[in-house]
Design a protein around this ligand. Structure first.
Ligand SMILES: C[S@@+](CC[C@H](N)C(=O)[O-])C[C@H]1O[C@@H](n2cnc3c(N)ncnc32)[C@H](O)[C@@H]1O
Length: 231
């Protein structure tokens, strides 16, 4: 099998990511896939996917202008990946309502990642498709806007997640627990997915959680792969 040679591409994706992408994406490799990546930066990953999927169409979104010369299989759009009207314009433009593979490599902020996911997974990922959230480890970075060192998630981060009122009710000298803190932000978002995988058991025992059609979730360092049920 021909492998992705990162020396040929201007991307910040490393071998630690590419080995998992190759493992998860290989079953789709020779199909006429539609791939959507949120966040293009210098366009390196657009070219990776174009070359890896010889029959694929690659759609990219970035809030900043990205200069990728015209290519009959790469289509780029400038806009905010959390904006529904903007995403809708892509589907209309290309008459593509469903993507087989969606990669979120955009802002790496919990509320953005959740918003894009909620707009795309159910309505715009094809049955049997994969959704990937990249760089979720930003949630453990102390200087990331909604991140914090593990065990040190502080009040300001929780406020950013709209948890202010909850905190107000807490005794002032109660330290924020690591699990409470990292239950929010990027890490909180990816952790919340586990409940959707547990949906059948939750509902069987009288609990209530919406069925988003997630068949399984696989976590690797920095990447989360979610498979959508085929039917
Ligand atoms: C990590 S870079 C993408 C790298 C690229 N996917 C690669 O692997 O070569 C993240 C990109 O996301 C873009 N971005 C940040 N927030 C965004 C948003 N809300 N919507 C769309 N793009 C966003 C940034 O402009 C930046 O170019």
């Amino acid at each position: 099998m021909e492998r992705i040679n990162l020396d040929n591409y201007d991307t910040d994706k490393g071998h630690n990511y590419i080995k998992f992408y190759e493992a998860f994406f290989y079953p789709y490799r020779f199909s006429t896939v539609s791939v959507l990546e949120l966040g293009m930066h210098r366009g390196g990953s657009m070219r990776i996917w174009r070359d890896y999927f010889p029959h694929g169409k690659i759609f990219g979104v970035d809030i900043n202008p990205v200069d990728i010369p015209d290519d009959h299989r790469i289509f780029t759009y400038q806009g905010d990946a959390t904006n529904r009207a903007f995403l809708d314009s892509i589907y209309k433009d290309h008459n593509v309502a469903l993507f087989d593979l969606i990669i979120d490599d955009a802002s790496h902020m919990g509320h953005d990642a959740r918003k894009s996911f909620e707009m795309l997974f159910r309505d715009h990922l094809a049955p049997g498709g994969l959704y990937v959230v990249e760089d979720w480890g930003t949630g453990y970075m102390p200087d990331w806007p909604d991140g914090a060192r593990y065990g040190e998630y502080d009040v300001s981060h929780q406020q950013a997640e709209g948890l202010k009122s909850k905190l107000m009710r807490r005794k002032p000298d109660t330290p924020a627990s690591p699990s409470a803190g990292h239950g929010a932000g990027m890490v909180g978002f990816v952790k919340s997915l586990v409940d959707h995988v547990g949906g059948p058991d939750i509902r069987a025992w009288g609990g209530d959680i919406e069925d988003w059609g997630i068949e399984y979730v696989t976590y690797t360092p920095g990447l989360v792969f979610m498979k959508k049920r085929a039917g």
